[in-house]
Design a protein around this ligand. Sequence first.
Ligand SMILES: Cc1cc2nc3c(=O)[nH]c(=O)nc-3n(C[C@H](O)[C@H](O)[C@H](O)COP(=O)(O)OP(=O)(O)OC[C@H]3O[C@@H](n4cnc5c(N)ncnc54)[C@H](O)[C@@H]3O)c2cc1C
Length: 323
Amino acid sequence: MSAAMSIKKRDSSIKVTIYEKHKIIGYNSEGRRCAEAHSIEEEWCKWIPEKSSYFNNILEAESIVGNKVYKFQREIGTAYILNRQEFICQLAREVERLGVEIKTNKKIKTLSDLEGDIIVDASGCPSTLKSILNLKKGTTSYSYQQTLEEANCFNANKIKIIHIGEYGYFWIFPRNPEKREVNVGVGLISKGKSNLKNILENFKKENGISGKVNHVTGGLIPIGLQRPLIYRNIIFVGDAGIGTFPFTGQGIYRALISGDVAGQCIADGKIKNYSHIINKMFIKWDTIGKTIYHINKVFREINPSLVLWTLNEFSKMSRMLHL
Ligand SMILES: Cc1cc2nc3c(=O)[nH]c(=O)nc-3n(C[C@H](O)[C@H](O)[C@H](O)COP(=O)(O)OP(=O)(O)OC[C@H]3O[C@@H](n4cnc5c(N)ncnc54)[C@H](O)[C@@H]3O)c2cc1C
């Protein structure tokens, strides 16, 4: 939708059609497949959620690596816990207002289902078109998340990420304050035979976390750039192309930004520029993130405390460099 918005704002004469496999936009299982944390930096301010599209402002983030706690403060209006389903509806209303046609209940099964001159694949991870075309898919991690109601660890304005050398990381994010909801989840670097539900249940037990499970989700999280970014007349955006931030799995802003850039390149008639711009924007994080990811994959086998050591060094370095 950010691509559609970006095209229409630049050239309203371009016909844009969005296909969504679910019957309803937003309020479907995909709409809740997220921990819903979203931060806004200067260049992203065009995607500020309306009041009804978020539950809470995030004012504090805690990143816990072994016995070290890194605290980050945020100002009101720069980071949110989205009501993601409603946020998706907000974007849908905006694109429809700009003249974009949204066709729901339309699952793309073959390339011939799409007749446009240019195709934007925003189908998430795994990408539908990359699967159809047998294209390489990038590095992914695995996730499992429960939403707990009346959670004893509910804190409306604080998110927590807990890195565990052995596995990957856990998160505890607040959700709907009326129900004192919390999204608690686990992201795993390599799954092997691990049972994510058991790992999360153990984590909850060890940390005394309780609440009634009212929603379960999860799935693949792409780690960093998922090349190719372009194939013939197809541009891959969001999880299908740009993936998430390699350390924390944050992907909403990357999906929005990549859509925006794709739209700009399409409207300018220069789709080849897309890879160049995206590489310039994300290559630094990708190189650092993926290097640490691969080193840690080896360390995890040898000694999980080495994983925590690299993450601590990274945390210190990123603070020093104000990253
Ligand atoms: C458990 C979990 C927690 C996460 N937590 C966070 C977080 O807190 N913050 C954050 O920023 N990111 C988070 N992420 C990552 C984030 O959800 C993704 O990066 C982001 O949703 C990517 O957006 P997208 O539009 O590219 O893809 P998606 O959100 O996956 O959307 C893809 C859309 O395409 C549709 N579709 C798929 N296939 C077809 C088809 N064949 N035909 C028609 N339509 C199709 C789907 O129905 C869906 O609407 C999390 C991910 C997971 C799994």
